[in-house]
Design a protein around this ligand. Sequence first.
Ligand code: GLN
Length: 260
Amino acid sequence: MKKYTKIIAIVAVLAVIGVIFAACAKNVDTGDTSDAQETAKETLVMATNAEFPPYEFHEGDAIVGIDAEVAQAIADKLGMELKIEDVSFDSIIPGVQAGKYDMGMAGMTVTDERLTKVNFSDSYAKGVQVVIVPEGSDIATIDDIQGKKIGVQTSTTGDIYATGDFGEESITRYDNGAVAVQALVSGKVDCVIIDNEPAKSYVAANEGLKILDTSYADEDYAICFNKENTELQEKVNTALNELIADGTLQSIVDKYINAE
Ligand code: GLN
């Protein structure tokens, strides 16, 4: 009899332990939001400046372009919902630093100065700073820009390099490339320094403009992140490299650039 009592006692203790475990497991379940995440995907907020064709521009109500599509492909891989915020170029990095946006993707050049403020993904494209002038301009080379009025997009590398090379007094800053090019068309500035791909779009869209044969600077584009958020940076980098390796990135680029 004594033996049975012992067994019953052990079974009872095991049963109690089992109940406690089950309760804990339940707590863990209700504690996390995995159920909710299945229905509502986590949002990936990307800041851009959608005046930078073919990387990002408006098509009706939508923001389309290479960056928009690559970001969508990355979000799909991460199982996240992409939300694009269209802001001025110079507020992208401060917004990412403040945690307002998860990442910035805007044909953004990696520079040492920016690396002190944000982290960058691996590079996914090359950029070249070029000079747009009116046809018949007396500006034929970079040296001829000295003493001329230069239009740039605020805080872009074109702005930073040209300010350093030609002096603050020669620079007029505009919110975006489209406005800078309009200033060139109406004769307010003598040239615009901007990235080559948007330059091609603007020259195609406005008669009487051309791009100088000599380019001004070569650069790498990458996605920027808050310095604290290395987890997202790594996840995005992995997804980006998969898209590069399987040819998805190239097919997106071809859709907007090489096929033109
Ligand atoms: N590549 C340039 C930069 O990073 C311009 C980018 C842009 O205007 N969207 O400064």
